[in-house]
Design a protein around this ligand. Structure first.
Ligand SMILES: [Zn+2]
Length: 402
């Protein structure tokens, strides 16, 4: 089963990474920031200052030749979907490959990327830098550790909502750790090197060389805001290693991780009020699925993913709107969810497909309707009962866009 279930604000596609080569990103990135473009050149002759040119060359020289295979293997091993950042980034830099209409999130990410030197960005993306914070949080993050503390502005809201979810659901969520991931990993060569070694299997020496160059590039390109650019942490996810045999992964506790970039993006698209709690409800619902054994079904591929994602939308909305859950205003929650579902998942045939905006809104609306009916009787449905109702409803939820 998938071990790391990301919130997909934009949608996150398959585990295949073929479209994300540095070359693809480089050429396309040029189109979004033409003024800053420096044509990639095989001879190394560019408009870059000597320091940037040296750092780019260092990354290129130390990047394993089989990088794409390593990246795909890491995504598969950790069960990580491609980052939402990577997905939106690709949509922004090459809109022709996607059917989604431009959205506020595209505009937001486009604005963030326009500040970054395209070649620097391509080099970073080409060594997996958009996912370092995610792997770092999975491998080394711990609830209560200072480096993974929730940002002050959200700490109370998120931790109270998390505890409410632990009480609300009948599954045992006492072992789940709630934490944040921050861009400061991008300022620490030792942490970056560790991720390269552990997640991507890069030998120590090239890992140290790449890490040093990555950190220096992040420090010198003003557009990357010293690692605080949202592109490094544009993600939120639920992780479990239940049933895992991999010696590195099996010791890792269950986690629910919020990236600073995700919180910033929710704010930027106008859903900063209820968005973070709706995302928490969705991600916690994935933990309910893990713990109640609801991840499996006779479905396969895109349909299987769509089922678990629509269930997480339904369960999450059930929790956040239920009087004994977060009791959030249902109209506002559905309105906010509609605006981030519309951000778009247009890769309907990919394994990571989360459902169309219509299907996701239908699932959320259904979750709310069940909460409304159940709370009249003053109780919370057992997760298996709610699931049985969901499975019966699923064909109807997907029908509009089936
Ligand atoms: Zn999900």
């Amino acid at each position: 089963m998938r071990r790391t279930t990301t919130w997909s604000i934009a949608l996150v596609t398959s585990l295949a990474i073929s479209g994300a080569t540095g070359a693809t990103v480089a050429s396309a990135a040029t189109t979004i920031a033409p003024t800053a473009a420096a044509a990639p050149s095989a001879t190394g002759a560019t408009t870059h200052d000597p320091t940037t040119a040296r750092l780019l060359a260092t990354i290129e020289a130390n990047r394993p030749a089989d990088w794409e295979a390593r990246q795909a293997a890491a995504l598969d091993r950790f069960g990580v979907e491609r980052s939402a950042a990577q997905e939106v980034v690709e949509r922004v830099i090459d809109p022709t490959q996607h059917q989604c209409a431009p959205t506020r999130l595209n505009a937001y990410v486009g604005g963030v990327l326009a500040k970054v030197d395209p070649e620097v960005f391509a080099a970073l993306a080409g060594v997996g830098a958009l996912d370092y914070a995610t792997y770092d949080a999975i491998l080394f993050g711990a609830q209560g550790a200072p480096g993974y503390a929730l940002p002050k502005a959200y700490a109370n809201e998120l931790s109270q909502s998390f505890r409410a979810a632990q009480r609300f659901w009948d599954t045992d969520g006492s072992d789940i750790q709630l934490m944040a991931m921050h861009g400061d990993v991008m300022t620490d060569p030792a942490r970056v090197s560790q991720v390269l070694q552990v997640a991507f299997g890069v030998p120590r020496s090239p890992a140290d060389a790449i890490a040093g160059a990555v950190v220096e590039l992040v420090a010198t390109d003003p557009g990357l805001e010293g690692g605080q650019s949202p592109i490094f942490t544009l993600n939120a996810f639920a992780f479990t290693a239940a049933g895992e045999t991999d010696p590195v992964l099996r010791r890792i506790p269950d986690k629910l991780v919020f990236g600073d970039g995700m919180l910033a993006a929710l704010q930027a698209i106008g859903v900063g009020d209820v968005g973070p709690r709706a995302v928490l409800g969705h991600e916690y619902a994935h933990h309910v699925q893990y713990d109640a054994g609801l991840t499996g079904s006779p479905l396969t591929g895109a349909e299987a993913t769509r089922r678990t994602e629509l269930m997480a939308d339904a369960f999450g909305t059930y929790f956040v709107t239920h009087k004994r859950g977060l009791a959030l205003n249902a109209a506002r929650v559905l309105e906010a969810e509609q605006s981030f579902f519309q951000v778009g998942d247009c890769n309907f045939d990919k394994p990571g497909h989360h459902g169309t905006p219509n299907q996701r809104l239908a699932a959320s609306t259904w979750g709310w309707s069940v909460a409304k009916a159940a709370q009249k009787q003053g109780h919370v449905l057992p997760s298996l009962t709610l699931d049985a109702q969901f499975e019966a409803k699923l064909p109807e939820l997907v029908a509009p866009d089936a």
